[in-house]
Ligand binder design. Structure first.
Ligand code: GAL
Length: 369
């Protein structure tokens, strides 16, 4: 299990500190106005997830600290608005545009225009699909996220033991328009499929495909509605699955709300996974009666620093460079990719990973422990 923040990530942090120092001393010499670069950051979901609010603000602050001008925009999952926003960024002279697409397939023609203007396109977190006009991809190990979630369920239910006990499970993932969902779902399934095949795990709803289990817009409410429906249709009063694979924290929060509303948890919840280490989910994990079992922590400080380092190198800072790993194929080209590692967080290590690293303040959780 990949539960250690990788060395490359740490190196990058150190490297970025270097870069910041180097750029600051340069900028003190009054950079000519034409050397100032404007960077567009077009993000997708402001309202569905804390993760994106933090991520955008952090990237903006890092870039502004290096004297870049920044246009940071969110679209709350509105595809048409995102297209308009990116066009506006092109027209206002952005040299680089960092994009987390609402729908990775919807921007091809806009990106072609950007390329025509010599703008560098960085796909952030989610790959831009089926276009030759994406230069770089900064992300996390998306397959690894799913594997970590599946592995956690496997261990928590002791699926490997020879005991004849069987367990029930339901699957909740994200929308198909988000290319990451393919990896999250595939990664989790790769860990659990052998137990579905052997009958050790069963799915009372019978819903096992990514399409059937996809939650539109990664929405808490949509997840809650689907869970309520599953309980009504497939579970006896007071009963629930032994495990619920949730691809991210928002989805897990909706699922837990449905379980709470239906009652019958009797102080004991299924094994429930998540992703993003959102504060609400961390609270669920460390509560005296934990409802969510784990989350996969993606340290967005590391991915943001990778973006900033990359932009520095594009601008010609010889001290800034990134070591790309295995490229991701977007259906048309292999895209140069830097994928940060992720960390499993549960009640046993949350303090060390989230507080000691300075990601959150201990006071954010003082009511709980
Ligand atoms: C995914 C992203 C996750 C999560 C989700 C919902 O693409 O990788 O971190 O935030 O979207 O916004």
């Amino acid at each position: 299990m990949k539960n250690v923040v990788n060395k490359a990530g740490r190196m990058l942090v150190l490297f970025s500190a270097l870069l910041i120092t180097a750029c600051n001393s340069k900028n003190n010499q009054d950079e000519p106005a034409q050397d100032r670069w404007k960077i567009g950051i077009a993000l997708s979901d402001e309202n569905t997830s804390d993760r994106w609010r933090l991520d955008g603000a952090n990237m903006k602050a890092l870039l502004e600290g290096l004297d870049f001008d920044v246009d940071l925009q969110y679209v709350n999952r509105d595809i048409a608005k995102q297209r308009t926003q990116i066009e506006a960024m092109m027209n206002e002279g952005c040299k680089v545009i960092v994009i987390t697409a609402v729908d990775g397939n919807s921007l091809g023609d806009v990106l072609a225009k950007a390329k025509g203007k010599g703008i560098t396109i960085i796909a952030y977190d989610r790959l831009l699909m089926n276009t030759p006009d994406v230069d770089y991809y900064i992300t996390f190990d998306n397959l690894g996220v799913g594997e970590q979630q599946g592995e956690y369920i496997r261990k928590a239910l002791k699926l490997e033991s020879a005991e004849p006990t069987t367990y029930t499970i339901e699957f909740f993932t994200g929308p198909e328009s988000d290319n990451n969902v393919n990896f999250y779902f595939q990664g989790a399934m790769s860990m659990l499929q052998p137990y579905l095949d052997s009958g050790k795990l069963t799915v009372p709803s019978g819903q096992k495909t990514m399409q059937e289990c996809g939650i539109a817009d990664w929405s808490i409410t949509n997840a809650k509605n689907r869970m309520s429906q599953l309980i009504n249709e497939y579970y006896f009063t007071g009963s629930m699955p032994d495990a619920i694979l949730c691809s991210n924290d928002a989805v897990a929060q909706g699922v837990i709300q449905a379980l709470d509303e239906k009652g019958g948890t009797d102080g004991k919840y299924p094994v429930i996974t998540g992703q993003d280490a959102e504060k609400a989910s961390v609270r669920y994990i460390i509560a005296p009666t934990p409802s969510q079992s784990m989350t996969v922590f993606k340290d967005i400080r590391t991915s943001a620093r990778a973006v900033v380092t990359l932009i520095g190198s594009i601008k010609g800072n010889s001290q800034a460079s990134i070591q790309f790993g295995t490229p991701y194929h977007n259906g048309v080209i292999n895209v140069k990719t830097y994928a940060c590692e992720t960390t499993v967080v549960d009640a046993s290590n949350w303090k060390e990973v989230l507080i000691d690293s300075g990601y959150y303040l201990a006071s954010d959780f003082t009511d709980e422990k």
